[in-house]
Ligand binder design. Structure first.
Ligand code: SF4
Length: 254
């Protein structure tokens, strides 16, 4: 069993909710063993009020993203498409908002538009985008099933990584997109997106393969398709990540 903190949290949350549904009001925790017991007391114990625990857990529900300010992605796009909040606004050709299903349960997030995306105004349309389409096809998704966007909506010159201050300036736009879409799952593509989203400096190799949490959505990290074009060796791990993503998607949308 996956005993990573996010997974434990999810399992514990599910257990507490099911107890609440059957009318149990308290959980007794045995501190000696570190295991939880329902209505059973042995060793040194604490009693938790389930209702207050649900409150605690709720900070991880997708409602933690807060209410959207806009009525739709279109309205949001219209409002921000001429943004000049950071220097990338001056050098872009096209603002690259995002594409896909506005009610998607799964959102893919990359770091920023590249040359082709900047020219066409759509994310992941160059070589890396074509590879992403193949990956999606392999796990039986189309672009209409999911939503794709980036941390920054304008192309960083010379395809450099977006700077922290550029991602900071653009982050409210991503948050609003997520508030409107309310995905259950997020797939962070590449180190830059993953580290910014999860607010960590942990290397991508250690982030991938596990479930993380971003304001209520479960996050899986994998390699950026552009990295796969350069390093064939990443393909096997990416395939494992994608199988995991598809299986979880099927579980949460059942
Ligand atoms: S990258 Fe984001 S914050 Fe910067 S100009 Fe473009 S839309 Fe605005």
């Amino acid at each position: 069993m996956n005993t990573k903190p996010d997974n434990i949290h999810r399992l514990l949350k599910r257990a507490v909710k099911s107890q609440l549904e059957i009318g149990t009001s308290e959980i007794i925790i045995n501190r000696n063993s570190g295991k939880s017991h329902i209505n059973k007391c042995d060793g040194q114990t604490d009693v938790l009020n389930i209702a207050s625990e649900i409150e605690l857990f709720n900070e991880f529900d997708t409602s933690a993203l807060g209410e959207a300010e806009f009525d739709s992605l279109e309205a949001h796009y219209e409002q921000i498409c001429n943004c000049q909040k950071c220097p990338l606004g001056k050098t872009r050709n096209k603002f690259v908002y995002g594409v896909g299903n506005p009610d998607a349960d799964l959102v893919f997030i990359g770091e920023g538009p590249g040359r082709d995306e900047d020219l066409q105004g759509e994310p992941f349309v160059g070589r890396a985008g074509k590879l992403l389409d193949k990956i999606l096809e392999a796990i039986k998704f189309t672009r209409e099933d999911i939503y794709i966007t980036n941390m920054v909506k304008c192309r960083p010159p010379e395809n450099r990584d977006p700077l922290p201050e550029e991602m900071e300036a653009c982050n409210p736009y991503l948050i609003e997109q997520l508030r409107l879409i309310k995905p259950k799952l997020i797939c962070a593509l590449g180190r830059v997106a993953a580290q910014r989203l999860l607010d960590t400096k942990t290397p991508l190799g250690k982030l991938r393969g596990h479930w993380h949490n971003f304001m209520g959505a479960e996050v899986l990290v994998t390699y950026h398709p552009a990295a796969l074009l350069r390093f064939q060796a990443y393909k096997r791990d990416t395939w494992e990540d994608m199988k995991k993503l598809r299986a979880r998607y099927d579980e949460v949308t059942r």
